[in-house]
Design a protein around this ligand. Structure first.
Ligand code: ADP
Length: 248
């Protein structure tokens, strides 16, 4: 089943009196459970795409269809609800709150969910166990390694049980050993969810994802679909026949 569908999504930023056309009629469809890597040069529009999909930024025209529902007439409260219920974000820089404990950093994601303090604690503890950090819940972020901080960020992203994880360069600040730990967790996550990851790392994209989309100057240069049903034990082989030079 289609989880997300982008139809002719256009997005420009205004800088002074100039418009920068960042997403150029992007059309893409994502299933409920796949691990998608988005590759491309800096400035090609990858983060903007992720932000538009996550409702952090709004498209100018086209449509983003979520679970077969158009978002054309979404109001702010609809976007807030979509972000809180359906999306977990993971960023390169972890975005943890320095003066709060690991546990509090995960609990904070449930502030708007209306669950009791006890349940928040219980769910945050379970999410931290799932990423192997049960022994670190009372520490502050600066007492953790980069890989551990990213695992806290993944626990925070998962604690509301979202259907979609959007990860922007999740291993960008990590060495190869800690990158592997973080990617192994994301691979597990992608078995039951849609994970869309922006990365510069070709090797990681090939090893972990079951679909690779290449971006260039705001359009799709290639998309490795058709997809395999399983996450790869073997590296992805891109289907050159399906390469597209432009979606427009
Ligand atoms: P990538 O993730 O591929 O590096 P981005 O999506 O971050 O690319 O950026 C694409 C282009 O849009 C870049 O030229 C960037 O400077 C510009 N851009 C991104 N966000 C904004 C913004 N909020 N305002 C103005 N320009 C922006």
């Amino acid at each position: 089943m289609s989880k997300l569908k982008l139809v002719d999504i256009d997005k420009s930023y205004r800088t002074g009196d100039q418009y920068l056309h960042v997403l150029d009629k992007i059309s893409l469809e994502f299933r409920e459970s796949e691990f998608v890597s988005i590759l491309g040069p800096s400035g090609s529009g990858k983060t903007t795409l992720l932000n538009v999909i996550g409702g952090l930024d709004h498209y100018d025209s086209g449509d983003l269809i979520i679970n077969n529902q158009s978002t054309k007439h979404f109001r702010d409260r609809d976007w807030d609800s979509y972000r809180n219920r359906s999306i977990g974000f993971v960023f390169q820089t972890y975005n943890l709150i320095g003066h709060q404990s690991v546990l509090q950093n995960v609990e904070i994601a449930m502030t708007l969910s209306g669950v009791s303090a006890d349940e928040r604690k219980q769910r945050a503890t379970k999410a931290l166990e799932e990423v192997g950090l049960e022994d670190h819940i009372n520490k502050k972020p600066n007492q953790l390694s980069g890989g551990q901080m990213q695992r806290v960020a993944i626990a925070r992203a998962l604690v509301n049980n979202p259907d979609i994880i959007l990860a922007d360069e999740p291993t960008g600040a990590l060495d190869s050993t800690t990158s592997t730990q973080v990617m192994d967790i994301l691979r597990e996550v992608a078995k039951t969810r849609l994970v869309i990851m922006v990365t510069h790392n070709e090797d990681i994209a090939t090893e972990y994802s079951n679909r690779i989309i290449r971006f260039l100057d705001g359009h799709i240069q290639s998309d490795s679909a058709p997809l395999t049903d399983d996450l790869p034990d073997e590296p992805v082989i891109e289907n050159k026949k399906n390469k597209k030079t432009s979606m427009s």
